[in-house]
Design a protein around this ligand. Structure first.
Ligand code: AMP
Length: 419
């Protein structure tokens, strides 16, 4: 497989798919430029070699062309961070993009307009009336799929090489994230530095070369984590199921959980997963005590209770001190650690303690040589909130893509480069 480090971009036009889906305020100012910074090493390498990056991204979820979602809003900041004046094409697949791309000189960079101004990027039909029949929907889907090929070809024709550095969209088989790769031979397509790091981090976790391997899965719902739990049961030594999910398991085992969040239709599934863990010899840990509240609010009255004896009018919003201790003991001994999802409602200051103690134990294990990956859902916000992201081995930028990767799925954006 071609690597960005070894590739010489001199004189090459390079289609670089990045994830510049950054948050903007009402004046279209960027409120967090992490995603732009994350792509800089790749863009700088291409420019330093004497190549010309043609930078493509989506921004938001436009239903067509809309100034609100124009990538022009990020042009200034991108130029500033990259240290070169980036040119802009008002379109990504029309004549303007082709002309501007063709005129690029070595070391010049071009930013294309939002890929999702075209329905063909995602390959999903738009503008169908709400009462459209199944037949109409089918026809519209067929039509967009057909025009998607021409769109993808246009994107590919802008460049000599293709670099995918958008891990955040690697789980989507879109024109610019996966389909385009077909138009470049193996020597001229590769991951960018960010994507490479993400792929390596996930592989390191899923292959868990160093044991014990502990996964901490939190968050609100079991239903959104079933596939992850199933995939990890084959791989982990310890599985900590925490956050809101834990109460479905506790209730399934006959515990009293008061008004704690629970998926009553997943009780049987919870028992199955517990059984599966037992059969596989996985040490599955659930909360033994909880920090409970008399309402879902930061200002609620609080108390501690055994996790299976929560009074009727109360709900568990975080783990208790005994659980913190048990989790931390396991985490500190681990050599490979995955953390996805907080132990409680960390958005409320009074219910952050459990998540913080997990984060601190991970940092300590990492200091003693463990490999730790934090990502997917709210755990990134959580570790950033505690200011501890520098203490773990890797914080994924992935979100949904990371979750699909740890479910064991093949991500189209990765497969398109590897195969
Ligand atoms: P996820 O996006 O799957 O990582 O889920 C994160 C969300 O789970 C956060 O917004 C938390 O507030 C929520 N959460 C965690 N613990 C609880 C709980 N005990 N009760 C309700 N929500 C929870």
């Amino acid at each position: 497989m071609q690597t960005i480090e070894e590739y010489n971009f001199a004189g090459k036009k390079v289609f670089v798919r990045v994830d510049f889906n950054v948050p903007l305020d009402e004046h279209f100012r960027i409120t967090d430029d992490t995603r732009i910074r994350a792509a800089l090493p790749t863009l700088k390498k291409i420019i330093a070699d004497g190549g010309s990056p043609i930078i493509a991204s989506h921004l938001g979820r436009p239903k067509g062309i809309a100034d609100k979602y124009s990538l022009r809003h990020i042009l200034g900041r991108l130029s500033e961070l990259l240290g070169v004046e980036v040119l802009f094409a008002d379109d990504c697949a029309g004549p303007e993009a082709a002309e501007k791309a063709a005129a690029l000189k070595p070391g010049q960079a071009l930013l294309l307009e939002n890929l999702r101004f075209y329905a063909e990027e995602e390959g999903k039909p738009r503008g169908l009336p709400e009462d459209a029949s199944e037949e109409e929907k089918k026809r519209a889907k067929q039509a967009v799929k057909e025009s998607q090929k021409a769109f993808t070809q246009k994107l590919a024709s802008l460049a000599d090489a293709y670099v995918n550095d958008a891990f955040g969209t690697a789980h989507r088989a879109h024109a610019s994230t996966a389909l385009i790769a077909e138009y470049f031979d193996a020597d001229n397509k590769m991951f960018g530095y960010l994507m490479e790091k993400e792929v390596r981090a996930v592989e390191k976790i899923l292959n868990a070369i160093n044991r014990p391997f502990t996964a901490i899965l939190g968050g609100s719902k079991v239903s959104s984590k079933i596939d992850i739990i199933r995939n990890l049961l084959h791989r982990v030594d310890h599985l900590i199921i925490t956050g809101g999910m834990t109460y479905t398991f506790t209730k399934a085992q006959g515990g009293r959980i008061g008004r704690s969040i629970c998926e009553d239709d997943k009780l049987d599934l919870a028992l199955e997963l517990l059984q599966e863990a037992k059969e596989k010899g996985v040490n599955l840990l659930l909360a033994v005590d909880a920090k409970i509240a008399d309402s879902f609010s930061n200002e609620a009255q609080t108390a501690f209770a055994p996790a299976d004896q929560i009074p009727d009018a109360w709900e568990g919003l975080d783990i208790g001190p005994e659980t913190e201790k048990r989790y931390a003991d396991v985490i500190r001994q681990s050599k490979t650690i995955l953390w996805n999802g907080p132990t409680g409602v960390f958005e409320f200051e009074n219910f952050t303690h459990g998540s913080r103690s997990v984060a601190e134990a991970i940092v300590e294990a990492t200091r003693h040589g463990a490999f730790s990956l934090v990502g997917g859902g709210e755990s990134v916000a959580c570790i950033n909130k505690f200011g501890l992201s520098d203490g773990v081995s890797y914080v994924s930028t992935g979100g949904g893509a990371l979750l699909e990767a740890i479910e064991g799925r093949v991500l189209p954006g990765i497969a398109a480069i590897k195969n």
